[in-house]
Design a protein around this ligand. Structure first.
Ligand code: SF4
Ligand code: SF4
Length: 368
């Protein structure tokens, strides 16, 4: 009842409705645990749909209350069509992501089936725009990691849709002198877990841990904050505390490796660049540190507590609420001609919702 989570929940910030927030959800879940009949199944399913899964409440709660985890349990107990669609999209349809994203952009709004409208909007954002015109060139690479062997966790979006992110990441690792080990990772499972598909997410976690073990437990480089967050939640599948520590220390944002690499900025740099801070980012936020160093005065605005409103399965279940959250985010980014982020879900969401004339992309797109 301390209320710490109230000030960080993007749903409350956007709507001023405390009943949508983490404390109310935690309270209701506790009551339902004692007596399931207090709410009709339909109402429980509705409640379970109203959470962005941003984990902001969990990160500030002094009592260790895991509201997104409680919501995921409710979602598992009350499956619905949106959950099924989300799961199918994340598990069985990845080969179709690129083509479906292109197709979704072509369907005029008036012909979109009402039930699928939010899904098509999300799809359209996945592929982004034509891509940002790059203006950063690496000049001198740091030697800190030269000769080190690492695995690269590219994530589903870069693997299936945004191949240019993957190619740039590989080029940068090559410049740093890192030897990228072969390893076939699966999806991190974060999206499935928060949608209530714990078994399927656990299976993916186990497969990813096996890839890491077989490679000799090296660093795992990532360039998506959602993937990093999904991978960080694997404790239950690791052998003991020592292995948990090793796993956590192995997870390395690409931007962290680039902190001592110098970049040249060309003349085509936009005057005002905005940075969207993903909800899942840690306190250090190495993407922001890297961008501030590389862009200097051109990085003029950054979000702090504003969520992009992607929200995984909530984007499908309560699109109106997700839109309110999204508008707040764009308000905070006003003045920016171009917005970059280091999370594939945020980039997809901002690409499908940006105001006229703004460009959106992953920060990797800035690099030649
Ligand atoms: S996970 Fe995010 S949206 Fe959901 S209750 Fe917590 S702070 Fe609010
Ligand atoms: S869920 Fe945690 S942060 Fe929120 S009111 Fe309860 S104890 Fe405080």
């Amino acid at each position: 009842m301390c209320g710490k989570c109230i000030s960080v929940c993007p749903l409350i910030n956007a709507t001023n409705r405390e009943e949508l927030g983490p404390r109310a959800k935690a309270d209701l879940c506790r009551l339902l645990e004692d007596d399931e009949s207090l709410l009709a199944g339909e109402d429980v399913a509705k409640l379970a749909g109203l959470c962005l899964g941003c984990h902001r409440c969990k990160s500030v709660c002094s009592q260790g209350v895991d509201v997104p985890g409680l919501v995921a349990t409710l979602r598992a107990a009350h499956p619905d069509f949106k959950g099924w669609l989300w799961k199918t999209w994340l598990t069985n349809a990845k080969q179709l992501w690129s083509a479906s994203s292109t197709a979704a952009k072509l369907i005029p709004k008036q012909f979109q089936p009402e039930k699928l409208g939010p899904f098509l909007k999300m799809l359209a954002g996945l592929k982004g725009g034509p891509g940002l015109e790059p203006f950063l060139t690496a000049e001198t690479f740091s030697d800190t990691y030269r000769g080190e062997k690492m695995l690269l966790f590219a994530g589903c979006t870069a693997t299936h849709v945004q191949g240019r992110w993957l190619m740039t990441a590989l080029r940068l690792l090559d410049g740093l002198g890192v030897e990228v080990l072969p390893g076939k990772f699966q999806c991190c499972g974060g999206g499935l877990k928060s949608a209530g598909f714990a078994d399927e997410a656990g299976q993916l976690a186990q497969e990813n841990i096996d890839v890491w073990r077989e490679a000799g437990r090296p660093k795992i480089v990532t360039f998506c904050e959602s993937c990093l967050s999904g991978l960080s939640g694997y404790e239950a599948f690791l052998d003991d505390l020592k292995e948990i520590e090793l796993w956590k220390n192995s997870l390395t944002p690409l931007s962290n490796l680039l902190q001592n690499t110098s970049f040249m900025v060309s003349d085509n740099v936009p005057e005002n660049i905005g940075y969207h801070r993903p909800c899942h980012v840690d306190e250090v936020d190495s993407d922001y540190v890297f961008l501030k160093n590389a862009l200097g005065e051109h990085l003029t605005v950054a979000t702090e507590k504003e969520c992009c409103g992607f929200g995984g399965v909530m984007r499908l279940g309560a699109p109106g609420l997700a839109d309110e959250v999204n508008l707040q985010c764009w308000d905070a980014l006003s003045g920016a001609d171009m917005v970059v982020s280091g999370c594939s879900a945020c980039v997809a969401q901002l690409s499908s919702t940006h105001p006229e004339g703004r460009q959106v992309g992953h920060w990797l797109e800035l690099i030649l």
